[in-house]
Structure formats: structure tokens, C-alpha cells
Design a protein around this ligand. Structure first.
Ligand code: ARG
Length: 463
């Protein structure tokens, strides 16, 4: 790129003094929004093609601009483009270069548009692609989870409520919970498309434009669905950014809950899983340590992502219509959350591919804490037609007895059980088998092995 002869901003005739260097440094968003160059050039190209179609500019000028934009695109792609940091943002930067390449005629590019709609059209185009990218990352993560589930249908462990042992479940059932969570995340990104597919280009600064432009044309060419309906709302609206940041927040919330569970289970106290060397870090003083830093990173970074959402909410709170510089931060927040959720999903996959299950310990823990008590209560209801509350009471007495004797439920003898209720016989002992307990939860969505097999098939079909 030749040395820029004109480094003055476009408003230098009106604003005659050079503005504060200090502010120019912090007020420029170029370093952040330069990643929108592809979208900016695409939208500008479609914009000038529309201007030509509507006879607002001549064929010759249109061709010159399109040529110049293509050249800039190639320069940037080949890393031959110098991002002139005198420019306030990527939009001004590209415009400046266009002037260098084609001269005065570059000035036609900004007919019937403002940076206010320009920045939005670029940003929305970026976000549509970014959302698809995240969905792909989620899909890869889902595939790993489903593979783990397939291998662990018969791996029995306790479920927890209040972190107290609750009922025996299959490890596959547990991990498949995350398939449901991530599937909802995907839906969230897909639902956001409706607003993202409204085309802001053509609302100009705030009031619309006096040129006879064709917004349907740019909408179609840029693959939007409809043009936005109100010029004031369009340049003020960042709801779509909130939707994006929120969807990422929920997705990383799921990652964080997973991370927390795996940290607990990998602990010496739980010892249900073991992270492989690839995903642990050592201590500088304690030679024996293998710490789950990867999982702690995932949990910690979720905080940053919530922060980005809250920053955007706070920026918008009380902001009068329409555009203000305050809004410029929107892109940095979205880019940061996007980069983070992608890395987080990738790291989560690394962890999922690098852990082993302590099956013995899982069974042992599933047998601790009277986890089959509900099975007995259910049996009494079915067998003796007792109301559930009565069956619950009898079962409570049996649990109390086991506790008093320092036994697990499956260590009780028939006689001990009969002491609580004479009607009960040796059939009851089968109920205390944790595998039988898992098998029995056949209700739709329950943990029975049969259900899990069906669900895995279903998830694979829709993958
Ligand atoms: N870099 C600016 C932003 O992202 C572009 C919009 C400038 N519009 C304006 N009226 N100053 O917000």
C-alpha cells in the first residue's frame, strides 16, 4: 500500500483542530473490527450494485468501486494491506484505501448509507456465520458425548440431589443429560436467526434516506429475509447482540456445570473418574499433584462470558435512541465471547477424550446411602396396593434399621425386614440390587438401559 497522502478524517473541514491524540487512541475500534473486513467489502459491493441498479451511480463508477473493493479484499487476504491506524474503524480504513486506489470516485460509495447501518450489516453478517460456527462446535462435542454414552450404558453410578446420593443411574444417562442441554443451546442460536435475518442496510444515519434505494434488493443479495422496519430502531438496536451473548452464556453455563462435576468426581474424595495426563497440570511444590486445571479454566472463563453479557446490558440500559459511541463496544464483547465459547467447547472435548471411569468406585458409591429405598416403596405400593405415603413410612423404618445396624440395604436379612413389616418377604432383596433399580426406571426419559439405548439411537439419527 502506498504511503497515505491524506490521513485527515473526512470531517477535517468542519472540525478544524486535530482531535485529542489520547482519545483517538482509545476511540478507534480498528484493531477490533478489522475482522469484519470480509463482511464490509461484501456489503459495500452489494450496496454500490444497488445504487447502480437504481441509477443513483453510473456503471463506470460502480465498476471502479467494485474493482477497488476486490483489490482491497485480496490485499487483506494476502496480508499486504496496511491497516492505517489513523482510521477510526475498518469502514473508514477501507474507504481511505479505496480513495488511494480509484481516486475521487470512491466518494460515491457512501451515497445513501451511514456507518450506522454499515456497521450493523457487517456485524449481523458476521454473527450469522459465527452462530453457525458455534453450532458446529456443539455438534462435535455432542458426537463425543454420545460415543462415551454408548460405551457406558451399563456403567452404574449414583445420581445426586443436594450432592447426597439419590438413586442408581447409568453413567450414560448422566452424560446424555448434556446432549439435551447442548441441543437446547443449538436451538437458542437457531432461534436468534429470525432477528439476525433483518437487513439494516439502507436506514442510513437514523432517518432513512432521500435516495430511491432498493432495500429488498440488498436484502436478497446479502441473504437476509426482510429489511428492518424502523430506521431509528435499527441504528439503536443491539438486542441481537444480547441474544447472542446470552446464548453463549447459557452454553458456557452448561460447560461450567460439567466442569464442576468432573472436578468433584476427579477429586480424591469422590474418585469416580480420573483425568489423564494430557488434561492435568502439576504443582510447583507438591510433586504428587495432578490438578484439573483444564476444567477450572472452563468454569472460570464462564464468568468472563457472563461479564460480556452484563456489559452489553449495562451499556444499553438508559441509552436514549439512537446511535451513540457507547455502542461501539458491542463488537469487542461479541468477538470475545465467540472466541471463548469456541475454545471452551474444544477444551471440553479434550477432557471428554481423556478420562477414565472408576467403575468399581461408582458401584460402591451407588450402594451407599440407601439409594434403592424408593424402589422398595414403589414395590410395596404395587404389591400391597398401599398408598405411597404408607409405603414410604415402612421404607423409612427399614432405612432407619439398616442405619442402626450399620448395614447397606442389600446387607439386610429377610428376618430383619420382616421385623418392620410381616408382609414383606425375600422378593424385597432383589429390589436392593442397584442394576435392577436402574433397569426398572422404564418411564420415558428414565435411566433404564433399554431407554438409554433408544435415546442414543434417536440422538444419532438427529445428529
Ligand atoms: N466504529 C463505529 C461503531 O462500531 C462505527 C459507527 C460510527 N457511527 C458514528 N455515528 N460515529 O460503533
Amino acid at each position: 500500500m502506498s504511503k497515505n497522502k491524506n490521513n485527515k478524517p473526512v470531517w477535517s473541514t468542519r472540525i478544524q483542530k486535530k482531535s485529542s491524540n489520547l482519545f483517538a487512541k482509545v476511540g478507534s475500534s480498528l484493531n477490533i473490527d478489522k475482522r469484519l473486513y470480509k463482511q464490509d467489502i461484501k456489503a459495500s459491493t452489494v450496496h454500490v450494485e444497488m445504487l447502480f441498479k437504481k441509477k443513483i451511480i453510473s456503471l463506470q463508477i460502480k465498476n471502479k468501486i467494485v474493482w477497488g473493493l476486490k483489490k482491497i479484499f485480496n490485499e487483506i487476504n494476502k496480508k499486504k494491506f496496511i491497516f492505517n491506524n489513523q482510521a477510526e474503524d475498518i469502514h473508514m480504513c477501507i474507504e481511505k484505501r479505496l480513495f488511494e486506489l480509484i481516486g475521487e470516485d470512491a466518494g460515491f460509495i457512501h451515497t445513501a448509507r451511514s456507518r450506522n447501518d454499515q456497521v450493523l450489516v457487517d456485524f449481523k453478517l458476521w454473527m450469522i456465520e459465527a452462530s453457525e460456527d458455534i453450532i458446529k462446535e456443539i455438534d462435535s462435542t455432542l458426537n463425543v458425548i454420545i460415543k462415551i454414552a454408548e460405551k457406558n450404558i451399563f456403567t452404574v453410578m449414583p445420581s445426586f440431589t443436594h450432592l447426597k446420593n439419590a438413586q442408581p443411574i447409568s453413567f450414560a444417562h448422566y452424560i446424555l443429560a448434556y446432549v439435551e442441554m447442548f441441543n437446547r443451546d443449538k436451538k437458542r442460536f437457531l432461534n436468534n436467526r429470525e432477528c439476525l435475518l433483518e437487513n439494516p442496510l439502507g436506514v442510513a444515519a437514523v432517518a432513512g434516506t432521500s435516495f430511491d434505494i432498493d432495500r429488498q434488493y440488498t436484502t436478497k443479495r446479502l441473504k437476509f429475509k426482510n429489511p428492518t422496519g424502523n430506521s431509528i430502531d435499527t441504528v439503536s438496536d443491539r438486542d441481537f447482540v444480547l441474544d447472542f451473548l446470552y446464548s453463549i452464556s447459557v452454553c458456557t453455563n452448561h460447560i461450567s456445570r460439567f466442569a464442576e462435576e468432573f472436578i468433584l468426581w476427579n477429586s480424591d474424595a469422590f474418585d469416580l473418574i480420573k483425568l489423564k495426563d494430557k488434561v492435568v497440570t502439576g504443582s510447583s511444590i507438591m510433586p504428587q499433584k495432578k490438578n484439573p486445571d483444564t476444567l477450572e479454566y472452563l468454569r472460570g472463563k464462564t464468568g468472563n462470558i457472563y461479564g460480556n453479557l452484563f456489559s452489553m446490558l449495562t451499556i444499553l440500559k438508559g441509552l436514549p435512541l439512537s446511535y451513540f459511541k457507547d455502542l461501539q463496544d458491542d463488537k469487542e464483547l461479541a468477538f470475545k465471547s465467540f472466541d471463548q465459547v469456541k475454545i471452551s467447547l474444544q477444551i471440553m472435548r479434550e477432557v471428554l477424550n481423556n478420562f477414565t471411569i472408576n467403575k468399581k468406585k461408582m458401584i460402591q458409591l451407588a450402594e451407599t446411602g440407601y439409594t434403592t429405598a424408593t424402589d422398595l416403596a414403589d414395590y410395596i405400593v404395587r404389591q400391597y396396593k398401599y398408598p405411597f405415603r404408607k409405603a414410604y413410612l415402612i421404607t423409612s423404618k427399614i432405612v432407619n434399621l439398616a442405619e442402626k445396624k450399620g448395614k447397606t440395604l442389600n446387607q439386610l436379612t429377610v428376618n430383619e425386614i420382616k421385623d418392620v413389616d410381616k408382609k414383606l418377604n425375600e422378593d424385597v432383596l432383589k429390589l436392593f440390587n442397584i442394576e435392577n433399580s436402574v433397569k426398572s426406571k422404564k418411564s420415558y426419559g428414565g435411566t433404564s438401559f433399554e431407554n438409554i439405548k433408544k435415546m442414543i439411537k434417536k440422538y444419532k439419527k438427529h445428529a
